[in-house]
Design a protein around this ligand. Structure first.
Ligand code: AHG
Ligand code: MN
Ligand code: MN
Length: 337
């Protein structure tokens, strides 16, 4: 499609190719884009509009919510609840599934979102983002339950994220490659700036929170040890490292110049009863879908992320994703190869 085309036009054009399309999907993506533009505006204004800092509440995961976590969640709900494009919504910031008001028209999709990813970065003016995942809603059900959301990532109809960085960018897959749009603030539209994104199969860059090193399991320890030995070690090349602590920013970097991102399970997480840190349905699945659509790979170390059958909406999962040869190597190390 033509570079510079608007997101709305891009979705309409794509939907024309789908038999039986009703425009509802176009409407849904438009709603999400509206919410993202509003969040982008607040992230951009920051202290000027008093949105920095924490609240005194915690989310269901026991994490202190930032003001912008709560506001972003409200903006997502606001943009979606009366437009008839979704049947229900689940978010990292809400204990249970959000049901639409009784008088609101129900749509055919379910939305899952991390309204503000990387929120520890808000107060230090570093990139944050919004992640979303779209599933089909069960037919004829007025108020879908948590059970209706528990589908593996392979069932996603679309997934994307909006990165609030030096530019605001919306990155989208509908299962037919990955496209990137940049927000032109002057006229308030996301414009197509890159199509058919491909992640290099090989890389010399990894991302992991190295402060957890003493808790890592053997395969991850081995992989990072070998990278750090650089040209003198078995990999025979020097590696670079990055850690932004915003998954959206890390995935965006990997889509742009390759790399491998890891948030593995570790002994400390395990001793707290957790299986990894990142959330399967709000973070791992949408990002895995995008990365695979760009030719990369996404794994737990044991299994393809998109094939994990979820047990509950807030479930956590170990995540390894990015350049496919590195993900394969990590899988092999996990298998004991
Ligand atoms: P969130 O702000 O939605 O809770 O997500 C933060 C996530 C992810 O974006 C990032 O990769 C990771 O947590 C950072 O974790 P550490 O602070 O442990 O490095
Ligand atoms: Mn997150
Ligand atoms: Mn979040």
């Amino acid at each position: 499609m033509r570079i510079g085309t608007t997101l709305t036009n891009y979705i309409i054009q794509n939907q024309r190719d789908i038999d039986g399309a009703t425009g509802e999907f176009t409407g849904l993506l438009n709603d999400i884009a509206v919410a993202c533009k509003k969040i982008a505006d607040l992230v951009n204004k920051g202290a000027l509009v008093n949105v920095l800092g924490a609240t005194d509440s915690q989310n269901v995961q026991g994490e202190t919510q930032k003001k912008l976590d709560v506001i972003s969640n409200e903006l997502m709900i606001e943009a979606l609840r009366h437009n008839g494009h979704i049947a229900a919504l689940a978010s990292e910031e809400m204990d249970s599934v959000y049901h639409l008001p009784a008088d609101a028209k129900r749509g055919k999709y379910l939305l899952l979102c991390d309204p503000l990813d990387g929120s520890s970065n808000i107060d230090v003016n570093v990139s944050v983002g919004t992640i979303f995942s779209i599933l089909k809603a069960p037919e004829g059900v007025a108020n879908p339950t948590e059970q209706d959301f528990l589908r593996p990532g392979t069932k996603q109809v679309a997934a994307g994220y909006c990165l609030y960085g030096p530019s605001t960018m919306l990155v989208l897959t509908t299962g037919n490659g990955v496209s990137m749009f940049t927000l032109d603030r002057d006229f308030g539209e996301f414009l197509l700036t890159r199509e058919n994104v491909v992640i290099d199969a090989d890389t010399k860059e990894f991302a992991i929170n190295a402060s957890n090193q003493r808790f890592w399991e053997a395969p991850v320890r081995r992989y990072i040890d070998e990278c750090l030995q650089g040209a003198d070690g078995p990999r025979e090349k020097n590696f670079n490292m990055r850690w932004v602590a915003s998954m959206v920013a890390e995935v965006h970097r990997i889509l742009t110049r390759g790399g491998v991102f890891m948030y593995p399970n570790d002994a400390r997480l395990k001793s707290n009863g957790k299986n990894g840190k990142l959330r399967l349905m709000y973070e791992a699945n949408p990002m895995a879908f995008i990365v695979e659509q760009a030719g990369g790979a996404a794994s737990t170390g044991q299994q393809r992320i998109l094939e994990v059958q979820p047990d509950e909406i807030h479930q956590r999962i170990p995540v390894i994703l990015g350049s496919r040869n590195e993900v394969k190597r990590l899988d092999d190390y996990h298998l004991g190869a």
